[in-house]
Structures are given as C-alpha cells and as structure tokens.
Design a protein around this ligand. Structure first.
Ligand SMILES: *Cc1c(COP(=O)(O)O)cnc(C)c1O
Length: 382
C-alpha cells in the first residue's frame, strides 16, 4: 500500500540530518517529482551501470548549466567536495583555512580531512555569514584559503571577501551546500571563488535519496583534477598517478538528481514566496527578530529568526503543532572534536547560537500552513 505522508508541519527540514529519510521535503510518496524519480531509478536498474556512467555525466552538465557555472563534478558528499577542492589546490598539512564558526560542523571537518587547520573568524551579527572585517586580522603566513559559507541559502559578503583574497593572494572557496542556484550580487555562486562545494544530502534544496555532492568551478583544470582525485587518482584505468580517494556520485543518485533538478527553479521560487510571507507577518514583533535579506539571490534553505526567549518560543510553537529546529546550537569551535583547532573568538556566533531558531521552510508548505506558522510566530509575546 501507499505510505501515509506525515503532516507537513512535522517535517521541518533539517540540514543537520536529525529527521529520518521520510522527513525530506518533496520526498514523500505524493510529491510532484515522485513519478520522475521512480522512472529514473528504473532506468538505472535496467542499464546495469551503477558508478561513473552516463547519468553522472549528464547530471554534471545539467547541474552546471542550471547553476550557470562552466563545470560541475559529482562526488560522494558535500564534505568530500570541500576536501577535494582543498586537496586539488594543494592545501593540506601546515596550512590554515579561514572559515566561520556558524555552519554545519562538516564545513570545518572537511578542512581537517584535507589535513589543514580551520581558523574561525566571527560572523557579521546581522548577515550571519563570515565577517570580512575580521578576516584580515586572522591571516598569517600559513593562511592559504578563505572559505565562507553561504548560510541558510544566502551568499556571504563576497565582494569584500574577494578583495581580501585577491590582495593577500589566497584561494576563495565557497561552501554552497545550502545555496543551490543562489547568486551573490547577481553573480552565480561557484563563479566567484575558485570553486564551490555543494551537497545533495536529502534535506538540501536539491536532495538525493542518499548522500551526494558536487564541486562547481570555472576552472577546467581544477575540475579535471577533482575528477581524477574522486576516482582513486586514476588517469587511465588501473594507473593511479596521485593519491586519490573513492568519492563518486553514483548513477542512481545522479539519475534521481536529474529528475529533481527540473523542479528546482519552481521549488526555489516557492521558498522565496514563503520567506516573503513570513517577513510580512513578522516584521513588527518585538520578541522575535527576523534577519534582514541582504541579497535577492537568497534561496532560503532555512528561515531562521532570533528569540531571546528561545525555549519559550519553541514551546509556544509546539503547542500550536509547529516544530522548530535550531541551526546551529553550538559554534563549531566549541565542539569537543574541534577544540584543539584554534582559539575560538566567536562572541557573535555564541549569541546567535543561543537565540537562532528555524521556522518550517520547504516548498510543500500549503497556504494555510504558511499562514498558521506566521500567525503563531507573530502571536509570541516573549
Ligand atoms: C550539509 C552541509 C555540508 C556537508 O554536506 P554533506 O553532503 O552532508 O557532507 C557542508 N556545509 C554545509 C554548510 C552544509 O549545510
């Protein structure tokens, strides 16, 4: 029989992966893409070709075109995409990469996987992305790259970061795992830095039915190098010229992503429309602060608000049947696994992590549900 779709309001999307597979938006049996996804799976099963084949190749060119970036390389995860960019640039042991304390921990773990050291500089208190004003002071003789995160779907302040990277001769790498099809000042993410990493974890704006990731870049040589590195460093079959890894997007995931990519522009438009309605409803509430939109290219992976009385706000929403989640409860350098990496100067991230809370945000929200969330949030008195 058909599986019952869970109530949409229960299925708040979570970039951290707390909810199970059925929780990802657009992935329930009644989703509009379900027929296309099934056909894609059948096509791959019938072909008998599962790793590095025609589906991955087609997805790479379709995703690159949709993203307005010349090259896309499919890899195993978003985390691997970051690590492989760093490795392809020769960044590793002894090197430092400047990155924000507010993100999924994988941003920084990926830097460590490459053998480099993440150096955390604080976020802009309003934009919530890497603060360019603080980056310059963190640069040392070991710094090789700056990796901003386009958090919640909104690009970091790339003009300012670009200027610093150029002046100090550093690589600029974009963590675009939450920013599919986003732009920064009208420029597609992935075309500003040397490369961008993105993820197809099921809850991302474009999600697979498992893990997946990609590197986007303008640089043909870098793309070619990452294609070798993801496949054991092979140049031709059984000839391993460099120390590569096994991190390939598989044919099933690529075919599913091709099916869903067709819907991504409409899904992105739906997210923006939801954000617009939330902003209109919440603009004047004192107990909640809604971060401003700094870039019209925002793709609203999440819709965070700030509540000083966050516990009470979450309880208030829950009483009304609305689940909220926290992205993220702890600055990355405060995680036990990363405490040895750098002295953490992140007072702003500390405050944001104590107050930030995500409202339901995914394309399947109905008009009535959007209204219910907006009204419930607006009614919160602190
Ligand atoms: C999801 C995410 C990652 C990691 O991607 P995976 O595919 O889960 O490895 C990295 N950075 C950010 C900002 C993310 O949201």
């Amino acid at each position: 029989g058909r599986r019952q779709a869970r109530p949409l309001l229960d299925r708040v999307r979570d970039a951290g992966g707390v909810l199970g597979p059925g929780a990802a938006a657009g992935h329930h049996p009644e989703a509009e893409d379900a027929g296309d996804v099934k056909a894609a799976i059948d096509r791959v099963l019938a072909s008998g070709w599962f790793v590095l084949g025609p589906e991955v190749e087609a997805f790479e060119s379709e995703f690159a075109a949709a993203s307005q970036v010349p090259h896309a390389v499919g890899v195993g995860t978003g985390t691997d995409a970051i690590t492989l960019i760093l490795r392809a640039l020769g960044i590793g042991a002894g090197d430092e990469v400047i990155t924000p304390p507010l993100s999924a921990a994988y941003s920084a773990l990926a830097i460590m996987m490459a053998g480099a050291r993440p150096v955390f500089t604080d976020i802009d208190p309003e934009r919530l992305t890497l603060d360019p004003e603080l980056v310059e002071a963190a640069i040392t003789s070991r710094t090789r790259a700056i990796m901003p995160v386009h958090l919640y779907g909104q690009a970091a302040n790339m003009r300012a970061l670009e200027a610093i990277a150029r002046r100090r001769n550093l690589a600029l790498i974009e963590d675009a795992a939450q920013a599919h099809l986003a732009t920064a000042d009208g420029r597609p993410v992935g075309t500003i830095g040397i490369a961008a990493a993105t993820s197809f974890y099921p809850t991302k704006n474009l999600g697979a039915a498992g893990d997946g990731g990609a590197v986007l870049t303008r640089d043909a040589q870098l793309a070619a190098r990452i294609k070798r590195l993801r496949n054991g460093g092979q140049v031709t079959r059984y000839q391993h010229d460099e120390f590569g890894v096994n991190s390939r997007l598989d044919e099933l995931q690529a075919a599913i992503l091709r099916a869903r990519l067709k819907y991504l522009p409409a899904w992105t438009a739906a997210r923006r429309a939801i954000a617009k309605r939330y902003r209109a409803a919440l603009v004047d509430t004192g107990a909640l602060t809604v971060p401003r939109e700094y870039d019209a290219g925002h793709v609203y992976h999440l819709f965070p608000v700030m509540a000083e009385a966050r516990d009470r706000f979450q309880a208030h929403m829950k009483e009304r049947g609305i689940e909220t989640l926290i992205h993220y409860p702890v600055p990355i350098p405060r995680q036990p696994a990363l405490q040895s990496t750098s002295p953490a100067m992140c007072a702003i991230a500390d405050r944001v992590c104590a107050q930030v809370v995500s409202l339901p945000m995914y394309p399947g929200l109905s008009d009535g549900q959007i209204t219910a969330v907006a009204e419930a949030a607006a009614a919160f008195g602190g």
